[in-house]
Design a protein around this ligand. Structure first.
Ligand code: BTN
Length: 328
């Protein structure tokens, strides 16, 4: 552990209590100057640390700083040792960055996380709104040894991973909208974009970059008008009841993805995926389809396809694309 990590750990363990630089230095066996530098660096990262002359340093409660140390705190082995986390304050897109690294032979389980994205990518060439400090924008590099037609299951296992993580940390109910959106209270809180490269020689994926964007808190300037009716955040306003919320949810998502990735070829997570599906029994419309027919959703099949019924009674299985519950 670096001096910075040790100082943070000590301040976290003594939240609300002032500890002098001298005291911390003595316990850690480092100089007072090293402690001062560590505190300065933590403050630069966004930690609120009160420094009172003669009394020392004290970590202010309810920090929600996204940091590698903070995420690591909630990870357990073997995941903790396997993942390689990289954090950016601002980046264009974590998916774009990780795809570059994947092409340059970066190993599986490299994870790029950002506080803010300037060109967050969504499905169907849309932008993913990624303002600072209120969300989690993360991409995970995977090199699955499954046939390329199994790629869709990377997205479905990620959807289950996120839905369960949100529920475990916050207690808030989540549902999955086929194929890869997570909803709370009938509005979208998370989108998933998996980008992959095919190895033609063996028909397997060379890599998959699993991109996950979660709206945790309400953005400072709220959602833009075009998103207000369809997107929301998990936590209303700036509620800070759950400490280290973003670190906790990030770690829980990573742990779940790791767990379900081991079951990728057996698709065991599909039972949970189906249980959480918010579309079964509903009428939906295919996004981008000129034929505005309402289709009734019957089920989700074993290939993660959406089985729908046309007005004339014929059934069809949709294997990709997007559906909307409201007419467009
Ligand atoms: C969608 O809802 O259309 C998918 C959104 C995926 C957004 C995430 S945020 C992290 C990663 N980096 C990106 O540029 N996009 C994904």
């Amino acid at each position: 552990m670096s001096v910075k990590e040790e100082v943070l750990k000590m301040l976290e363990e003594n939240k609300g209590i002032h500890m002098s630089g001298e005291e911390i230095a003595k316990i850690l066996g480092v100089s007072r100057n090293a402690v001062w530098k560590a505190v300065k660096s933590l403050t630069n990262d966004g930690y609120e640390i009160s420094g009172i002359n003669k009394k020392g340093y004290c970590l202010i409660n309810n920090n929600d700083i996204l940091s590698i140390q903070g995420i690591n705190k909630y990870l357990v082995e073997p995941v903790k040792d396997i993942v390689d986390l990289e954090l950016y304050k601002v980046i264009d897109s974590t998916n774009t960055k990780l795809k570059e690294e994947a092409t340059a032979n970066e190993a599986e389980w490299k994870i790029v996380i950002a506080e803010e994205q300037t060109k967050g990518k969504g499905r169907m060439n849309r932008q993913f709104y990624s303002p600072a400090k209120t969300g989690i924008y993360m991409s995970i590099l995977l090199r699955p040894t499954v046939p390329s037609d199994e790629a869709l299951f990377i997205t479905t296992m990620a959807a289950v991973s996120v839905a369960e993580a949100i529920e475990k940390v916050t207690g808030i109910k989540t549902q999955i909208k086929w194929v890869n959106d997570i909803y709370c209270n009938n509005k979208k809180v998370c989108g998933i974009l998996t980008e992959a490269a095919l190895n033609i020689e063996n028909s397997q994926l060379d890599y998959a970059v699993l991109g996950i964007g979660v709206n945790i808190k309400q953005p400072e300037n709220n959602f833009p008008n075009e998103l207000k009716d369809i997107a929301t955040s998990i936590i209303d306003g700036q509620d800070t009841t759950i400490e280290n919320l973003r670190c906790k949810i990030t770690a829980e998502i990573i742990s779940n993805v790791y767990k379900y990735y081991q079951e990728l070829s057996s698709h065991q997570f599909m039972d949970e995926y189906k249980k959480r599906s918010m579309l079964i029994g509903k009428e939906v419309y295919i996004v981008g389809d000129n034929n505005k027919e309402a289709l009734k959703v019957l089920s989700i099949d074993e290939h993660a396809g959406l089985v729908v019924e046309h007005k004339n009674g014929e059934t069809e299985t949709l294997s990709s694309g997007e559906v909307s519950v409201k007419p467009l």
